[in-house]
Design a protein around this ligand. Structure first.
Ligand SMILES: Cc1cc2nc3c(=O)[nH]c(=O)nc-3n(C[C@H](O)[C@H](O)[C@H](O)COP(=O)(O)O)c2cc1C
Length: 307
């Protein structure tokens, strides 16, 4: 499947997930079948000040295939500058976040708040398209508190976006309720640019339901947490590798860039996700949640996945 002259292979995208889709996770998802991977959302304003934290978030793995950098902000001139920032030069596509529901983002008029100001959203997209040297896409929700996805998608197309991704819930819904696949099908049927469907794809069945909407590609977020092999499973391929080796690889990549103390705390959630659903995991989970070291967690996971 070709989107903006870029071959998306099977059309499987790992969602941008702040605090989750780190470089190690993106590497293992890519090795297991993700055709495209997104950075965590990057503040356009922070880039003006050469933020070290933002720079760290733009580290990529040589195993990532199509690399998409996601930016957020609410000032068109700041976003226009950001897309030209050399730290984004490594990305094949730049995506604008117009769907984040987090209160600290919304109160600044960013993320999903832009769905309440279509004129500003349009201005931001056209400025980014004008200034970026790579295709620009937009990720949004159904709307802020009601479904305006079709009008919003049309606006993105008119403003020059190369494709759009719809997470089919409103911002107010957060992550509750079910993603509205009918809205995704309607958007796909009415836009000329490609549409990526997102929301609640967790296995082969939900993937097939999402494909039935006619979307050009499918994005998976929470379904990949602790299960990077989902990118094989949705295509009906069994993952026959060693899960512990995958976890170890995720950790090894991160150890190149982050200090051990910070990583010990950060990785706990990933370790809990990896352990989840595995037979006998309950007796390991408490220890994983409070583990004093990565080595100890890895020993526990090795034992768990031996069974
Ligand atoms: C922990 C977490 C962090 C997220 N961070 C971002 C983000 O930085 N940018 C973004 O566009 N969406 C973000 N999302 C939304 C996901 O990209 C995706 O749209 C949403 O989880 C629905 O897809 P899913 O049902 O496959 O998880 C985040 C979601 C989660 C759970």
């Amino acid at each position: 499947m070709i989107i903006c002259n870029i071959d998306f292979g099977n059309g499987l995208l790992l969602a941008p997930m702040a605090g989750v889709s780190d470089v190690g996770f993106r590497e293992v998802c890519s090795m297991l079948g993700a055709d495209a991977t997104y950075s965590e959302m990057l503040s356009a304003r922070a880039m003006l000040y050469n933020s070290k934290k933002t720079e760290l978030m733009t580290i990529i793995s040589p195993h990532e295939k199509i690399k998409i950098g996601q930016i957020f902000g609410h000032e068109s001139e700041v976003l226009a500058k950001a897309v030209k920032n050399p730290i984004l030069a490594k990305y094949d596509i730049l995506d604008i976040n117009m769907g984040c529901p987090a209160p600290k983002i919304v109160k600044n008029g960013e993320g999903s708040a832009l769905m309440k100001d279509i004129k500003l959203a349009s201005q931001i997209i056209s400025e980014c398209v004008k200034n970026a040297s790579v295709p620009v896409s937009v990720k949004f929700r159904l709307g802020f508190d009601k479904d305006i996805s079709l009008d919003f998608g049309r606006m993105c197309e008119d403003a020059g976006a190369s494709f759009v991704t719809l997470h089919a819930r409103t911002s107010v819904q957060g992550y509750s309720g079910k993603a509205d696949y009918e809205a995704i099908a309607k958007l796909k049927a009415n836009l000329k640019i490609p549409v990526v469907g997102n929301g609640d794809v967790v296995d082969e069945i939900s993937y097939s339901k999402m494909k039935q909407t006619g979307v050009d590609a499918v994005m998976i977020g929470r379904g990949a947490q602790g299960r990077p092999w989902i990118f094989k499973e949705v295509l009906g391929k069994e993952f026959t590798g060693n899960k512990y080796d995958i976890i170890h690889r995720h950790v090894d990549v991160l150890r190149k860039y982050y200090d051990e103390k910070w990583l010990t705390l950060y990785l706990r959630k990933h370790f809990l996700w990896y352990s989840s659903g595995t037979e006998n995991s309950s007796k390991y989970r408490l220890e994983l949640a409070t583990s004093p070291s990565i080595e100890r967690s890895l020993d526990l996971l090795k034992e768990l996945f031996k069974k």
